[in-house]
Structures are given as C-alpha cells and as structure tokens.
Design a protein. Structure first.
Ligand code: ADP
Ligand code: ADP
Ligand code: ZN
Length: 213
C-alpha cells in the first residue's frame, strides 16, 4: 500500500499518517521530520533546509527529491509507505511518479485532509512536537498525559520554530499556490480521496480507514 497525504500545514496529515502506518505495518515518512532531524544534528543539508523552513518556504526540489527517493528505496519500504509532506508541488509529484513507473509500481491513494484556513492558525499555535521521537500533540485537542512531556518517550515537547502565526501565514500561501494544484493532479489519476479534517482525530481516522479497507 502506497499512500500520500495531502492537506494544508496543520491539517492533521502527520497525525493520520502515523495511524495508517501503525495499522498497515508500513513506515510513515515525513520530509519535514527528515529536515528537522538534520537541523538538530547540524548537517549541511539541515543548515541549508533551515533557511527556507524558517521563512515558511519550500526547500528546493534538488535537495528534497533526493532524500525522499533514497528513503523510499530502503528495505522497510518494500511493502509500501505513507508519505506525509511529499510531494508538495507538481514537479515533485512527477519525479515520484516516474520513479515508481520505472519499478512498475504506482501510488494507491492520495488522501486530502481538508481543513479551512481559519482553523489552521489556531491549530498550529497549539501544536507541540516531541524533540525525541517526533510525536505530535495539541495542547487542547490531543494533549499528552503529562503536560509538556511525550507519552511515548518521555522527552520534552516543544513549539516548532515555524509554527509562529507569521510563518504559518506564509506556509498557507505556499500551500495554496504550490501544493493545492496536486489535488487536481491526483483527481485526474483517479486516486484522490477527500476527508473532512475538522472532525475529531478519531473520526478522521475512521473515515480514512473506511477508504483504505
Ligand atoms: P507541516 O506538516 O506542518 O506542513 P512539515 O513538517 O511537513 O510541516 O514541513 C515543514 C517545512 O519543511 C515546510 O514548510 C518546508 O519548508 C519543508 N518541507 C517539508 N517537506 C517538503 C517538501 N516535500 N518540499 C519542500 N519543502 C518541504
Ligand atoms: P500536519 O502534519 O498536517 O501539519 P499535524 O498532524 O501535525 O498536521 O496536526 C497539526 C496539529 O493539529 C497538531 O497539534 C495535532 O495534534 C492537531 N490535530 C491533528 N488532528 C486533529 C483533529 N482532527 N482535531 C484537532 N486537532 C488535531
Ligand atoms: Zn517522544
């Protein structure tokens, strides 16, 4: 099963990607998480990516495409994967298509998690991420058992640098201009599925499960 998650920043792609991954025993792959891990480790890739991420801009395709293709070539991806945050523009989608075609493979579903812009800014200010394992929480909607501490690994939860309201506005602009066209792209391929991302996290998961079964 090969799935990509579409949706605005903060729509719940990562949250749902992890649920799907668990259910099907496949990895969920977030290009954002890969970049953040590189920033944390001070790699050259991380330093370069940070320049763009801090402004809410897309990291250039030359950097992004290679790390994604390397990642999906790994052994744990042989039965499929869920991509969260890739592709984010038409050129990235075309590269992925071509790479899959060369291996006689294809994507099964593109799941668009729909949340209006008004809700996004509110959601992002409450988002907290674990610096250790990448788990994501929300201070109101999806709180950890113990405030400020990750349920899974016990490390501290932090507000992401790019979740500040000014940066979120830029990210939403970038989303509408560059990423939203992917909805028509995958609709034309007949694999687009849309879910209402404003429902409770569990209800969104149930809607996605109904599509995937
Ligand atoms: P969110 O899930 O909130 O949309 P991500 O963690 O997916 O955030 O992405 C954070 C940032 O990482 C993006 O704003 C962008 O700068 C960069 N990024 C992640 N994935 C990609 C990609 N496929 N192409 C270009 N930039 C990306
Ligand atoms: P994305 O990967 O699309 O950027 P996330 O999965 O990180 O989005 O979710 C963004 C924020 O919204 C997080 O704080 C997350 O805990 C919260 N969230 C996710 N799904 C829901 C939901 N259905 N209702 C309310 N909050 C949610
Ligand atoms: Zn953790």
């Amino acid at each position: 099963m090969k799935i990509i998650m579409l949706g605005a920043p903060g729509a719940g792609k990562g949250t749902q990607a992890k649920v799907i991954a668990e259910k099907f025993g496949i990895p969920s792959i977030s290009t954002g998480d890969i970049f953040r891990a590189n920033i944390k480790n001070g790699t050259e890739l991380g330093m370069e990516a940070k320049k763009y991420m801090d402004q809410g801009l897309l990291v250039p395709d030359e950097l992004t495409v290679k790390i994604l293709l390397d990642r999906v070539a790994k052994e744990d991806c042989k039965d499929g994967y869920v991509l969260d945050g890739f592709p984010r523009n038409i050129p990235q989608a075309q590269v992925l298509d071509k790479a899959l075609e060369e291996q006689n493979e294809k994507l099964d579903f593109a799941i668009d998690v729909e949340v209006p812009d008004e809700d996004i800014i509110r959601r992002m200010s409450g988002r907290r991420a674990c610096a250790g394992c990448g788990a994501t929480y929300h201070v109101e909607h999806i709180p950890p058992k113990k405030e400020g501490i990750c349920d899974t690994c016990g490390q501290e939860l932090v507000l992401r640098d790019d979740d500040k309201p000014e940066t979120v506005k830029n990210r939403l602009d970038v989303y509408h201009k560059q990423t939203q066209p992917l909805i028509d792209f995958y609709e034309a391929k007949g694999i687009l599925k849309t879910v209402d991302g404003t429902m409770d996290m569990k209800e969104v998961s149930a809607a996605i499960a109904a599509i995937l079964q």
